[in-house]
Design a protein around this ligand. Sequence first.
Ligand code: SF4
Ligand code: SF4
Length: 506
Amino acid sequence: MADYEVPELHEYPIVPKLQRDVMKHSAPFIAAEKFQGPLGFPGSLPDNWKEVAIDKMGELLGKYRSLQVFLDICVHCGACTDKCHYFLGTTDAKNMPVARQELLRKVYRRYFTFAGKYFPKLVGAVDLTEEVLDDWYSYFHQCSQCRRCSVFCPYGIDTAEISMAAREILDSVGKGHKYCNEIIGKVFVIGNNLGLPEPALRDTLEGLEEEIEEDTGVKVRFPLDEKGADILLITPSADFFAEPHVDGLIGYGKVFHEAGVSWTISSKASEAANFGMFIGSYENMRNVALRIREAALELGVKRIVFGECGHAWRVAYSFLNTLAGPFDFLDQNYPIPQHICEFTNNLLKEGKLRMNKAENDHMKLTFHDSCNVARGAGMGHVEGGQFTIPREVIKASCNYFYDMPQDTIHDATFCCGGGGGLLTDDLMELRVKGAQPRMEALKRVAEDHGVTNLAAICAICKSQFAKTLPYYGFTMDQIVSVHQLVSNAIVMKGSEQEAELDGETE
Ligand code: SF4
Ligand code: SF4
């Protein structure tokens, strides 16, 4: 199945023996000039690349105080070393978070500290060379910016920030990441990551309406570009076509229908994902986010609700107002923006949704906390809402739920292995190996409680698991959307399911 060794799953996590440079060969395809230009980056390494790179580093150090602090304060205590899923899965020493940071820190010391300028050998400072640049390209694309290591660092050093800075410097000298930069370009031109044009989107949504009507007898609408709707739904474009994502979208539609609210999708902002964050580019992140503001204004909506997408929710929850605000034209009585899980959970708590949990009895569920939701955002007005709200929605939708081991969930969750812009086939070996810690935790609940399915609220996690589960003896359909469970269980008014249930109880 693979021309590399798939890591073993153990009964308990084992810290592997360090190996040097075993993943040095792993690097994503470099973006061609046509993908770099529209984003404001050079198409290839300029003659004065070293000067450009050092200037960029200086600019970032000046702009982001946190970056300089993170580069200065590490005491090399080692607490982060065994916390990265890529280190645990690949055993490459440079995938220990502190070692990854050192790749940039060594150059920072050389050009920006007194000791590094005059006594480089004494302080481990190195010149920026093409070899160093290649190491950056390889190993900063072996960090999914998941921030797990920062939870265990006594100083809170965030390797994700360092990896974003490194990628931004790489872009500034023409070493851009093809997968990310090509996608950002598509969002600007077409509106979504997939390059799905408006007519295709409309067709897909009409198809969903027919499917639900056939299945339930109820006409649930999936409106597109409907002016004057109350809610603008911003959702990952994967929701429009791929399983299990689309089953989640069907769930959102049923919830909106039962809530009796008017809503719409926008063809201009038909994408929740914001890959600007992955490449560390504030300008591109802002430009992607501004489409949402423009769509909300053009359609005259009162609220914005986000579908199941992990990093999009981080951008939305933590930065949307800074990037594209103020949102003073929206109804201030609702969270701006709101997560679909919070929307559904509120209705559940108010008793406005009828659920038949037995519809999910063929599954025993566990929940994968997605990194950007768990460690980069919140949800609702309660502390830890990003952990409790999705679980409450799942528990309201099924009878069997079991959490994975405590040290692998909530803010200690393991990345799926495909986050941070690494969900590309040219990084398959890394993705498979990086999934190992999560697979190990899944195996535990499968053995202990008979868990059959893993639910998630992130499009990247769902795609990554669909691809990597089979490498570990599971099947690709074991990953499900949280709103897929809602969709299965919800009993819509006037539906065949309602008639059946009421018939049974009469
Ligand atoms: S942010 Fe995540 S992927 Fe990056 S070094 Fe830390 S644990 Fe590893
Ligand atoms: S835990 Fe923090 S201080 Fe310790 S080695 Fe890692 S990054 Fe440095």
